[in-house]
Write a protein that binds this ligand. Structure first.
Ligand code: MRU
Length: 359
């Protein structure tokens, strides 16, 4: 996708040697800064501190981390896989990418591991970009149908499921980019997505850079907008979809699904194959939910009028805070899933028909 007319991916190989580059997403939207990651520990730190985030992107960066590790010391495969897997718990794409590296590398002699790991990481990144492009194609008819009926389409999205969360295109935002590019009148309500503000900072940045009409709203505004007919469809990404179609995504997604259900607004979830976890059935009971630091809730970071980036406390002194980073939307609240293979219902039979090889 493009920034100022220049096409980027969100992770790419450094031309100047064994390293990859990312955008430091903790600096967006105030500064577009590239970061060079030349050691596997840099990749782990970037994932843990959310310089890169979004389920598919953390998988791709972890895969590149394995390549960097194999180049430094091909004997470290198992501990490196374990350390990278421990960086974030909820998105299954991380384990999926590391499992791919494990199967590709573990039977190879150490001397062959680095080249194979780079090739596998490139394949994972290319696969994600193409997968997300197809998700865009398969989600576009949902938006085109509404636009044909109403003249325009109003989408509500939560968190950031755009190209910054994947290698390219995004998941939930891919159909929106395609709708915009084909000339549909599309407007996006962007949930700010406290506590880390991925919506206000990242989704708004992406949509703005691409020229897509959007409005940032407080997280609590969605229900009101739906009651007043201002939302035609909710479209979100996901960090893990279970065998029975439960959907883990950024905290607050469940509340949007409840409001959508109450107001008869379709609630669609976009996912690549790498987000499907057939080993898990009941998402509420079984998906590990990341608990992040209280400071993300008690503090906010922003730009002052004179251009300084500052962090301020917004919670009363002495009050503690809890910070569950994801929630699970039960399948019964999900209208349908958009995948790279097409659209399907959120249930086991439909998922098995879509992905028979994962049975
Ligand atoms: O904590 P984050 O920013 O990594 O959470 C990201 C999300 O919840 C996204 O909605 C999800 O990964 C889908 S990305 C295509």
């Amino acid at each position: 996708m493009k920034i100022n007319g220049i096409a980027y991916r969100s992770v790419w190989r450094d031309q100047a040697g064994s390293a990859v580059r990312i955008f430091d997403q903790t600096r967006l939207p105030w500064a577009v800064e590239e970061l060079r990651l030349s050691r596997w520990e840099d990749c782990a730190e970037a994932i843990r501190s959310m310089r890169v985030r979004g389920a598919p992107l953390i998988g791709a960066v972890a895969a590149y981390g394995v390549a960097l590790a194999m180049e430094a010391d091909a004997g470290t495969l198992d501990p490196v896989l374990e350390a990278l897997n421990a960086t974030r718990p909820t998105a299954i794409n991380l384990r999926w990418a590391l499992d791919r590296q494990r199967s590709r590398l573990h039977n190879l002699p150490p001397a062959q591991r680095a080249a194979a790991a780079w090739a596998e990481a490139d394949a994972i990144a290319d696969d994600d970009a193409e997968t997300c492009r197809r998700i865009g194609e398969n989600g576009l008819p949902l938006l085109a149908e509404i636009a044909a009926r109403k003249g325009r389409v109003q989408v509500l999205t939560h968190c950031n499921a755009g190209w910054l969360a994947t290698v390219d295109w995004g998941t939930a935002l891919a159909p929106i980019y395609m709708a915009h590019d084909t000339g549909l009148d599309v407007h996006v309500w962007v949930d700010e997505t406290r506590p880390r503000n991925q919506g206000a900072a990242l989704t708004a940045f992406e949509l703005g850079a691409h020229g897509v009409k959007h409005t940032v709203v407080a997280d609590n505004a969605g229900g009101h907008l739906m009651q007043h007919g201002e939302v035609d469809i909710v479209l979100v990404g996901t960090d893990r979809v279970t065998r029975q179609g439960d959907v883990a995504n950024k905290i607050g997604t469940y509340l949007k699904a409840l409001a959508a259900h109450d107001n008869g607004v379709p609630f669609w979830v976009a996912l690549p194959h790498s987000t499907l976890d057939m080993r898990v059935r009941d998402g509420v009971a079984e998906i590990p939910i990341e608990e992040r630091g209280a400071a993300e809730v008690t503090e906010m970071t922003g730009r002052t009028a004179d251009g300084r980036i500052e962090t301020v406390r917004v919670v009363a002194d002495g009050s503690g805070a809890a910070n569950p980073a994801f929630d699970v939307t039960p399948a019964r609240l999900v209208t349908g899933l958009v995948t790279e293979r097409g659209r399907c219902a959120a249930n086991e039979a439909a998922l098995l028909a879509m992905y028979p090889e994962k049975a």
